[in-house]
Design a protein around this ligand. Structure first.
Ligand code: ADP
Ligand code: MG
Length: 701
């Protein structure tokens, strides 16, 4: 575990620089909060002019404090911070909790960099600046201006928004969902989200990591840290509706957006993405209390048919559709219900169900091998007491001794049900006031299990490539002052990375074109090759299905005329003569070099509607073979690849291989390639492979 970060987030000895005797000032609030929180490891207010604050001796400088100090909370104005940093460094402080604002968030970028440089020169780490502070229930540490420690819980929250952190602190009590630590991360000048994920993964009092993210700085490290984590991570990302300027010179560029790319990154990181704040809480509750759902078999027990049906619908949309329980399982349930109950799934014990039936069926269901996850629903009735039902569930759970199978619950009713649910949560069983939420929570536990498998799948970096050829082409293009590669240049790079391109050659005269065509055999395709024309069809620069010498000669002239009309000063390299690929399902593979995550690969159904349908999926490159296959299944149009309307299934194996190789190519050439696409890639029937008929690469400026 990182000692310095431990000193910062679980300090033994803490100074408050800028401590004040005046209530209302942050420097006062922090001292008061440390005291009120019950922190016992040494509070040292620092202020050159005061003697005592809230009964604590005040020191003029951290250097005057006789005891060791792990962390210093800094609340003085930005312009005085450097001096303090030096003193803290000399004192041997490990971490600075810089609450002070007035740094990069107001344009003082250099001042912030200087702060970090100075801190690092003493081996210190910086949390913030511009933060609320950091809180830890297990250390009784409230080193912040948030009013109190959160309700005790087993998840820890890292938040980029200070205001939200304070709000969540309060919500923990009204929602009854607790946290161990709340860490405000502010400007992330030094300690960033990846650092905290890595540290929390080792923190013994944290069972689940909850993140509120506005923007990441080092996306790749974030993915790696999360992927390494052995604890569930749930994340709410704000700002997915717009994304930083990605110049859209390619199809892929125009399709890339924060929603897609962050979504992909979270999936690869093995992190569960929450849809909104409520979902963040609900998922945190489930993940911090229950194990993942490792198989697909969900069982629902209910005393009300209505909520059973609602839950059945929810289960389908949560990705854990219900199946009927096996006969033997049903037989057992029948012992604990009237004849008009249903032992299938949902198991409807009917409104006659009392404590015993709930106890017996819960115990049986949890212990049975067939059941991978259990949801218990309860509607308040006149003959039952919600608290007793809750206790029956708890006792059943205890009696089975099972801890590796998840259970979630929903009690639908009034205040008595609410208290019973609160009691359940306090005793480790997630409870929600809506059956849909109990099901979604189980869906989250299932998703967690699935993501675990995916994030551990190995990336194949063993492709045979000819990197030098690619670099030479890139160097040539750059020497000509270009960033856009022609189809010929792009395809040569694709070929160097083992991608299956159609056969083609450049002709610079009609005669040459004819000769090439005859060596290929008809039909052929002819295309304009010009660094100034990247969208060839738009310029009338593509002719397909050419079947004779006469047609070649005619197409040659037409293409040239069209190109000149389209762009009179276009530099023309010649006309590409190309093998005409037979018809196949049109798909697109492309890439963008994302500001946050770097090279990112895209897959979608291709053709002219790609930008309209936006049926695409992204992954940060490189990807594992398993991820490549998952990408093919992730688009809405996935069934098309499995064969529709009498067509045989398409060669997904070959397509996935292309995706892997492509992802490898863009990451291997990540310092050069800004955007690219292969559009279309024609996909044939199983065993018949795929063919890339068009290629486009745009280099970084
Ligand atoms: P651009 O995208 O620059 O307009 P393409 O090379 O993609 O040009 O050609 C336009 C369309 O022509 C493709 O989407 C594809 O449908 C068809 N096409 C191009 N090359 C071939 C080929 N070699 N075999 C079969 N069809 C082709
Ligand atoms: Mg194209």
């Amino acid at each position: 575990m990182d000692d310095v970060l431990t000193g910062l987030l679980r300090p033994k000895g803490i100074a408050v620089v800028g401590a004040s005797a005046t209530p209302g000032k942050i420097g006062h609030t922090v001292v008061k909060n440390l005291i009120d929180g019950g922190y016992k490891d040494g509070i040292y207010p620092i202020n050159p002019t005061a003697d005592e604050i809230l009964g604590y001796k005040v020191y003029k400088s951290v250097l005057d404090v006789p005891d060791p100090i792990d962390a210093a909370v800094i609340t003085i104005p930005a312009k005085y911070v450097m001096e303090t940093v030096k003193e803290c460094g000399e004192k041997g402080v490990k971490g600075l909790i810089v609450i002070t604002s007035g740094f990069s968030e107001v344009g003082e970028v250099e001042l912030e960099k200087e702060l970090v440089r100075l801190a690092h020169s003493y081996g210190m780490r910086v949390l913030g600046p511009n933060i609320v502070g950091t809180l830890s229930n297990s250390d009784k540490l409230n080193a912040s201006f948030a009013p109190f420690l959160p309700l005790v819980g087993t998840s820890s929250l890292v938040s980029q928004s200070g205001a939200l952190l304070i709000a969540i602190d309060a919500i923990t009590y009204t929602r009854g969902i607790g946290f161990d630590k709340l860490i405000s991360i502010g400007n992330m000048s030094d300690v960033n989200i990846a650092d905290t994920v890595g540290w929390l993964n080792e923190d013994e009092s944290t069972r689940c990591i909850t993140l509120y993210i506005e923007g990441l700085k080092d996306g790749r490290r974030f993915i790696n840290e999360c992927a390494k984590a052995k604890k569930p991570i749930v994340v709410l990302k704000a700002g997915v509706s717009e994304h930083g300027a990605v110049a859209a010179a390619s199809h892929t560029g125009s399709l890339a957006g924060a929603r897609h790319i962050y979504g992909a990154a979270f999936e690869q990181a093995g992190a569960i993405q929450a849809t909104d704040l409520s979902d963040l809480f609900n998922s945190t509750l489930a993940l911090s209390l229950q194990p993942p759902m490792r198989g697909e078999n969900l069982l629902i027990i209910t005393n009300g048919g209505g909520v059973g049906v609602l839950a059945t619908d929810s289960a389908e949309s949560a990705g854990i559709p219900l199946k009927f329980a096996p006969e033997t399982v049903q037989e057992e349930f029948k012992k604990h219900m009237p004849s008009f109950g249903s032992a299938k799934n949902p198991v409807d014990l009917t409104g006659m169900a009392g404590n015993d039936w709930y106890f017996e069926t819960t115990k049986f269901a949890l212990s049975h091998d067939w059941v991978d996850g259990l949801i218990v629903l309860y509607c308040e009735t006149a003959i039952t007491n919600p608290m007793e039902i809750a206790q029956s569930l708890y006792n059943a759970l205890k009696e089975t001794g099972i801890t590796d199978k998840p259970i979630t619950t929903s009690f639908v009713g009034g205040e008595r049900s609410d208290s019973a649910m609160q009691w359940l949560v306090e005793n480790g069983i997630p409870a929600y006031n809506d059956p849909d939420l109990a099901v979604k929570a189980m869906g989250t536990l299932r998703e967690y299990a699935v993501l675990q498998d995916l994030k551990n799948s190995p990336i194949n970096n063993d492709h045979e490539v000819d990197r030098q050829t690619a670099l030479d082409i890139i160097a040539n293009v750059r020497a000509e002052g270009r960033t856009g590669l022609t189809e010929v240049e792009s395809k040569s790079i694709f070929k160097a990375y083992g991608l299956p391109i159609v056969r083609s050659d450049l002709a610079t005269s009609e005669d040459e074109a004819v000769k090439l065509a005859e060596s290929y055999g008809y039909p052929i395709v002819m295309k304009i090759v010009s660094p100034d024309i990247l969208h060839k069809s738009d310029a009338g620069g593509v002719k397909v299905n050419i079947n004779s010498e006469a047609e070649i000669r005619e197409a040659y002239q037409t293409i040239l005329t069209n190109a000149k009309a389209h762009k009179p000063d276009a530099e023309i390299h010649g006309i590409l003569v190309q093998e005409m690929a037979p018809w196949g399902t049109e798909t697109i593979v492309g890439s963008v070099n994302d500001v946050t995550f770097g090279p990112t690969v895209m897959f979608g159904l291709g053709g002219i509607f790609v930008e309209v349908l936006k049926d695409v999926v992204f992954r940060v490159a490189p990807i594992s073979d398993m991820e490549a296959i998952k990408m093919l299944d992730a688009i809405r149009g996935a069934p098309i690849l499995d064969g529709v309307r009498g067509e045989g299934p398409r060669d997904k194996k070959a397509l996935a291989e292309v995706l892997s190789k492509y992802a490898y190519m863009i990451s291997d050439l990540g310092e050069h390639i800004q955007e690219s696409d292969a559009n279309p890639i024609l996909v044939y029937e199983v065993g018949k492979g795929v063919k890339i008929v068009d290629a486009r690469i745009i280099l970084k400026d």
